[in-house]
Design a protein around this ligand. Structure first.
Ligand SMILES: CC(C)(COP(=O)(O)OP(=O)(O)OC[C@H]1O[C@@H](n2cnc3c(N)ncnc32)[C@H](O)[C@@H]1OP(=O)(O)O)[C@@H](O)C(=O)NCCC(=O)NCCS
Length: 177
């Protein structure tokens, strides 16, 4: 199996990557896919906007730079993730460093574990020593992934206004390769 994690680039303005972002719902478990529902033209603009954000350009006030990555398995785009370059107090409460999505047709095959591990390698390269990940308590696949990647559970917090419990995991990257 060929596994590649590549940062989003203008080469991703193509049918396969566009379709992957349309297959992933707009919102799931508190994570948004802002490319869902866009026209092809809007998608091209979105890709350029995300590349700018990754370089710290044109960010809204209070937003931190974040890089989108695409997971390619055997040359097919199967999922994506966003890596925020550093934390601010709001991201320490919810959001964390990493959010990931798999295209529904590729779920339950172990690719989520692969995607999170590959994203953590990028986080380590970026100089992040402890990565923060949040998962909804009822999203078993997501928090199992965090635990498999070495995540240590700090807390489970009730968020009554959203009707959820939020698990907060720290993943020590000094011990990973
Ligand atoms: C969360 C998500 C990335 C997991 O990806 P996935 O490829 O389906 O997960 P994997 O196949 O790698 O499985 C990860 C673990 O969860 C378990 N799992 C997978 N689907 C599951 C399900 N529906 N219910 C319970 N456990 C499940 C797997 O058994 C595996 O644990 P194991 O290694 O102990 O067997 C994917 O379901 C997704 O994109 N969900 C929507 C977006 C989201 O919730 N993102 C998380 C927010 S950061």
């Amino acid at each position: 199996m060929k596994i590649e994690l590549k940062p989003l680039s203008i080469n991703d303005i193509n049918d396969d990557v566009y379709q992957m972002f349309q297959d992933i719902p707009a919102e799931e478990n508190g994570s948004n896919n802002t490319a869902h529902g866009l026209s092809r033209e809007e998608f091209a603009k979105w890709v350029r906007k995300e590349i700018n954000h990754s370089e710290g350009k044109n960010l809204k006030p209070g937003y931190v730079p974040g890089t989108f990555y695409i997971l390619w398995i055997d040359n097919k785009p199967v999922g994506c993730g966003k890596l925020r370059h550093y934390l601010v107090p709001s991201l320490e409460r919810d959001g964390g460093h990493i959010g990931i999505h798999l295209s529904p047709k590729y779920r339950g095959k172990g690719y989520g574990n692969i995607l999170l591990r590959e994203m953590l390698k990028e986080a380590k390269k970026m100089g992040i020593s402890k990565a923060l990940v949040f998962n909804h308590d009822n999203n078993t696949a997501a928090w199992k992934m965090s635990e498999h990647a070495g995540g240590v559970l700090e807390s489970i917090t009730d968020i009554p206004e959203k009707g959820i419990k939020l698990r907060k995991y720290w993943i020590d990257l000094s011990r990973t390769r």
